[in-house]
Ligand binder design. Sequence first.
Ligand code: B3K
Ligand code: ZN
Length: 852
Amino acid sequence: MKDAAPRAVHLSQYRPFPYLVDDVSLTFHLHPTETHVVSRIAFRPNPEAERGPLHLDGEGVRLVRATIDGAPLRDPRIDDHGLTVEAPDTPFVWEAEVVIDPSANTALEGLYMSNGMFCTQCEAEGFRKITYYPDRPDVMAPFDVRIVSDLPVLLSNGDPGDRGIGSAQWSDPHPKPAYLFALVAGDLVAHSDRFVTMEGRDVALNIWVRPGDEGRCAYAMDALKRSMSWDERVYGRAYDLDVFNIVAVDDFNMGAMENKGLNIFNARYVLASPETATDADYARIEAIIAHEYFHNWTGNRITCRDWFQLCLKEGLTVYRDQHFSGDERGHAVKRIEDVQILRGRQFREDAGPLAHPVRPRSYIEINNFYTATVYEKGAELIGMLRSLVGDEAYRRALDLYFERHDGQACTIEDWLRIFEDATGRDLAQFALWYAQAGTPRLDVTTRIEDGTLILDFAQHLPETPDMEEKKAPQVIPVAVGAIGRDGREVLPTRLVEVTCAEQSARFEIGTDDAVASVLRGFSAPVILRQDIPRADRALLFAHDTDPFNKWEAGRTLAKDALAAMITDGGEPDPAYLDALPSVVGDETLDPAFRALVLGLPSDDDMAQTLAQAHHVPDPRSIDAARQRMQVAMARHLEADFRAVIESPGIPDGYSPDAESAGRRSLRNAALAHLTLIDGGDLARAQFSQADNMTDSLGALVPLIRIGAAEDALAAFYDRWQNDRLVLDKWFSLQIGAAPGETGAAIAARLVEHPDFDWKNPNRFRSVIGGLGMNHSSFHAADGSGYRLVADWLLRLDPVNPQTAARMTTLFETWKRYDVDRQEMIRDALERMRATGELSRDTGEMVGRILGR
Ligand code: B3K
Ligand code: ZN
């Protein structure tokens, strides 16, 4: 595992591979401990590259034989990373046989086993653990695969060929990089359906699961078909094979993987039934099914030249899945949820030692760069580009992208050039968004003179560890409107392009009696700093016609009120409490929106907000202030909450549609508040009557928060102890929702539980990640939270470096806190580093968090 001197890879060092691959044939003789992989690869010199030796990546594979054009290799050099040999400067055929041990592969990268089933995960660099190959995304080839095994279901990419007894043949005509290779073999059953594309192709759809789970696939299948028709309708892109397979696996390092024609999913993002999955689970399943499906065009047919270009496929595909979910469920609520995720993860990342540009310039382990910045900020860049060029030009540019680059491995320069060519616009300044890390601060002051609204903007980019000497101004699209004091909109949304460090904009609004609504729809991923009177915010909260800014006004009032309570220990701001009923009780508003209004910022969000304002956040005071605020809200809105609970307007029988889900979330938000003042009676009643997981957890979580969930947790365990996915919830919630600092002790107890199968990434994340989600417990003043997390990361790292490295991000905010906490976190990280045994993945993360 340990790598003596892991070397950084730099964007500037990119060189094309000296050979092209015309064809790949692979034969797998599957065996849990000794799988033989026979490969035949047709190479020819790449006319666009410098001549060089043939270097094939290979890690942990035992070479049995290898030939070039049938002759043994001459002086091959083999090390831990691969094989290098001189090769002809004419077309040639490489043939090799290697042996690998899937049962020993606990890192879950390459070919591994999960509950008796063989499966693969090759992105980013897992294919090299399967056989020797140029494992880089710019080498694309058609693959033929033969699988030899007695297992009943044998799958790979593309369309199926001959199926004999004990073997199966698959052929994928679309050239692809090795990271999109996939193979699955096991005792699986399919939930099947069909989809006829707009081009008339009749596609067989299958979701493969373990026997017993086939009754939980209907929603994922429905989401898949809706995704397929959405991509036809909105982007004009149809599916391009006769079969589309999805497989659910229990052991998976992330959410899902877009392998061509054979998507592999973490089971938790496929399987759903009303009894076992929450509304939020349904929404995530829909989004991830869509995301992986959309990769078929944005990622697979057009892929990345090198891993620095990761946002080319990820940012665009996240943007597409967000747009899809918005179309399916309503854009207002979706946008608010997406911005909460952006701020909670990406702004957090951007504010700490792990900040990096959307297109990083160097990495040690690429798996560490599948980040919120690449994904979520990457998606924001697409959204900004679209608002700058307009919807029609966006669609034209995308058509040009697919026309020009289909079948290629591309760069961000290629991407921006299609927009330049389609619109004639110069995007040199826009390109800075890809190169400069950090969340821009946008200061704005507004005034109205003689019926003219004047906005003065100033932008500022903070220093980040990758680049201190910041930084040229970026182009920031700022959507602006205005609301009159009578509550009517006096300026419908207009777009200001802020391109200079300081800049003004003016709009005739015909009145002096209005309030500006700035950064509508969160039109750019910036921190807006605007000092406006509370009464103006309350006006926007009550009347803004832009749903995002309406919510944002309430949010800012809540944050200001909480910040005052945290720093001065005072009482909740009555102005905030008084502003709530008219919005929360407004039946013309979407219930899901009203529920979002009721959700206070998380403790971590408050800590981030305080740190931005140069305060040292105290986790205990934050937790206490939020509690007091929630109790005050419960008292203030008790009648409204009771009314919501008594007539929530939810039809009988569970349906996961957005409308019903919104009503349930409003009712459960009301219940969560009332539980704080009624001792839990209503919640206990709902828990015992609930016929779906949303309502069951809607009652259980507030009971956990008031420390009155013992019986409910026991009943929940009895009922669900044999259901892995539901048991994950049982673990994560009792730690994540534990009051005060108690979560660390609960986690310490639960790691001893016989069901804590720590090698399963979902279970590990439920427990250790559950503690990380509980701000006051993770940051418990005695350091117990930090120690427990560090102990378990040290234990997991040699087994599964990718998941361990990912979870080190729990520590990325350490510089926000007081010196005692900083010291305890530094000790925890130094202790990890001092073992000298950290994987390349975790070693890089710990080094970056500590600042090397
Ligand atoms: N492309 C994969 C993520 C791979 C992560 C590798 N560590 C899933 C996705 O973004 O769709
Ligand atoms: Zn993706």
